[in-house]
Design a binder for this molecule. Sequence first.
Ligand code: MN3
Length: 270
Amino acid sequence: MNTEPTTAQTEDSPLSRRAALAALGAGGLGALAAAANAQPRAGAGGRARDDDTRSRMPGWDEETGEFVLPDLPYPYDALEPHIDEQTMRIHHRRHHQGYVNGLNRALKELAKIRSGDGDAGLIKHWSRELAFHGGGHINHTLFWLCMAPEGRGGGGEPRGPLMEHIRRDFGSFDAFKAHFKAASGAVEASGWGWLVYDTVSGRLMVAQMEKQQDMLLTACVPLMGVDVWEHAYYLKYQNRRGDYVDAFMNVVNWPFVGRLFQQARAGRTA
Ligand code: MN3
């Protein structure tokens, strides 16, 4: 097997931040940082304080050079009654933490293979682990940020350029919501529904993602997504995924999504 390092993996272990992000196709995380840091704190009760190791880049710790579980920008019960506290707590602390752990593990194992200490025959396995857990980490980091408590940043309708483009590309906000709900509801098994900005055409689109490792959607910048894995809704909604997607629309943080949109448009014309 060819074990020559790729251009994205020329450093000694561990992967540099730039290489790690490139390996994940995670250019969107940089935009996330700016948009997240500009986001007003939505929850009156403050942030969920379950882990103090934080950097300004959500999901990444510059000091340790490792991916980390980002804080939620609101308390676990802040999205009630639409998304229940128990689901949010398990989803964030168990599922998302698992992806963070798996991502860091995959990067370490790939670094070992590069340095000659690992089993080169397992590069396919660890590359898949990288894609799965890396996709999970990126998707959830964005997922938490694109929600906010109803009436305190969440719900309602988008404004400004994002709304103008939604109307242009989908016909109306209601038509967008119907399309988004139908697409999210029809994802086979576990996956995601996304509102994305295609940098080639400059159009907004709705995309389905099976499982979670296809964050490298060609040329598309994810703006807003809904997790339709059962762990995201089954405690409260059981098999009624459509009801859950309807409820999700009550907590979409459109101001945040609008900022991401503006950054994606600026990036396209830069
Ligand atoms: Mn999930």
